[in-house]
Structure formats: C-alpha cells, structure tokens
Design a protein around this ligand. Structure first.
Ligand code: ADP
Ligand code: MG
Length: 245
C-alpha cells in the first residue's frame, strides 16, 4: 500500500519555488530518509505531504485519499522541527502528554482503563517509564523526543513523520533513539525522517529522497550511495554533514 503519493508537486512561499516538480511515493513499511542542504525544501515537502500546506500545482494522496480530504489525523504522528528545542508551553506530565494521543480515539474525559494500558505500553516501548510523572518541559531533548514518539504510538499512528528529531540530542541518546525508530519500523510503522546527518540516514533508512528544491534521488539506499545525487544536490553549498562513529 502507498502511504504518501506525490505527483509533480510545486510550492512557492513567494515567487521562488521551495519545492519544484517533485514526484515520489512512500510505501507502507518504508523508513524514508529525506535529506538535502539547509533551506532545500525538506520541511516544506513534509508539510505538503501531511496536508499542512497546499501545493500550487500537482497532486498529493495520503493513505489513498486526496490529502485535503484526509481526516484520519490519528494515523499520523508528526514531530515538528521545533519539538526538541524549547520547553513546550503546556505544563503537563509525560503520562498526560502521551494520554493526549488517545483523545482522537475516545475524546476528552472518556479515557478508560484500556486507554491507560495503551499509554503505559507506549511509555514502556520508548523506555521512559521512570519519567512518566515528570513535566515534559523539564525533560532533555532526547527524553522529550521519546515522549513525543510515545504519544504517536498511543494514538496508534501508522505513519511517523519526524523533522530533524535529534537536533540538540547527545550522541549516545541519538543512537538509542535511532535504534528505537528501526525497531518501530520493523514492527510495521512507516517512517519519514528528515535528518541532516547523511551517515545516520544511509545507516538506518531503506529509502532515500534527496532534494534541493527539485528531487535529485528517490530510491533505495544502496542506489543512492552509488549515485552522484549527494554531490549534485549539495554541490553548490558544500555543507554535507558526515557521520563519525
Ligand atoms: P529545509 O527544511 O530543507 O531547511 P525549508 O522547507 O524550511 O527547508 O525551506 C525551503 C525554502 O523556503 C528556504 O529558502 C526557506 O527560506 C523558505 N521558507 C521556509 N519557510 C518559509 C516561510 N514560512 N515563508 C517564506 N519562506 C519560507
Ligand atoms: Mg527544515
């Protein structure tokens, strides 16, 4: 099944396109790494995929429906680029934040024992049981990221969309975080990951989309590594981030 299908999508904030004539499909079970230099349109493309922006031209389908008609929000867990930095505004505990993932299913005030169990399972899956009663805005970036993932799991999302989720997260927590993503992906969750560290993407993703306004590559990781897409897309800017173990 195709989770996201984009055809000939163009979007401009003013007159300069941020995304130009991009076509690609994200298939169920993909762990797609979306890469490109700073300002290359990654966040814009993700927002288009999720229906947060409407394209100037082209067509986008989410779970087989035109994205502007899609209303199964709980199928998508989205963690925005700003989520790790800053404390967040609401003084809620991790457990409360994760419980919000159930609201789409049952509505406020109708949380049952079964929902509490789903919340506890999600918190356990991401390994933050010991933080469940802490305020989200007191967590480190890596811990907060896990809390957001737990909320998406509690909502039983089929698609996780993560925009640079480990910016500001230390190396050890990052590794553990990417292992968590891999195991969620093995359990069948489709993942779209924007990540500036090319090494992380080629290590973890099975598919790569490399953009710089236009699409330079979309396909499996091996064919990306063997192609010239990276140098072509980053060529003019030379800001490739390599990963060092
Ligand atoms: P990336 O996520 O790859 O860094 P973005 O999608 O955020 O890139 O941005 C793509 C281009 O669109 C950049 O040139 C950026 O300056 C511009 N841009 C992004 N958001 C806005 C906005 N809200 N208004 C105007 N221009 C924007
Ligand atoms: Mg971005």
């Amino acid at each position: 099944m195709t989770v996201v299908d984009i055809q000939n999508v163009t979007f401009a904030y003013g007159d300069q396109p941020a995304v130009r004539d991009v076509s690609l499909a994200v298939e169920e079970g993909d762990l797609l790494g979306l890469i490109g230099p700073n300002g290359s349109g990654k966040t814009t493309l993700l927002h288009l995929m999720l229906g947060l922006l409407s394209p100037d031209s082209g067509r986008i389908e989410l779970f087989g429906e035109p994205v502007d008609e899609f209303d199964d929000g709980e199928r998508i867990g989205y963690v925005s680029q700003q989520a790790t930095s800053g404390g967040g505004t609401m003084p809620v505990t991790v457990r409360e934040a994760v419980t919000m993932g159930r609201f789409a299913h049952v509505g406020h005030g109708r949380i049952r024992e079964e929902d509490r169990e789903i919340v506890a399972d999600a918190i356990e899956t991401v390994g933050i049981e010991d933080l469940a009663d802490r305020q989200v805005n007191q967590l480190s970036g890596g811990q907060r990221q896990r809390a957001y993932i737990a909320r998406a799991l509690a909502s039983e999302a089929d698609l996780l969309a993560l925009d640079e989720p480990t910016v500001g997260v230390d190396a050890e927590s990052r590794d553990a975080f990417y292992q968590l993503l891999e195991s969620l992906n093995e359990d069948g969750i489709t993942i779209i990951l924007i990540e500036h560290d090319i090494g992380v993407v080629t290590d973890r993703a099975n598919r790569i989309a490399c953009i710089n306004t236009e699409l330079y590559h979309h396909g499996d990781t091996e064919s990306f590594v063997e192609s010239d897409a990276l140098t072509e897309a980053y060529g003019a800017t030379g800001q490739v981030v390599h990963h060092h173990h």
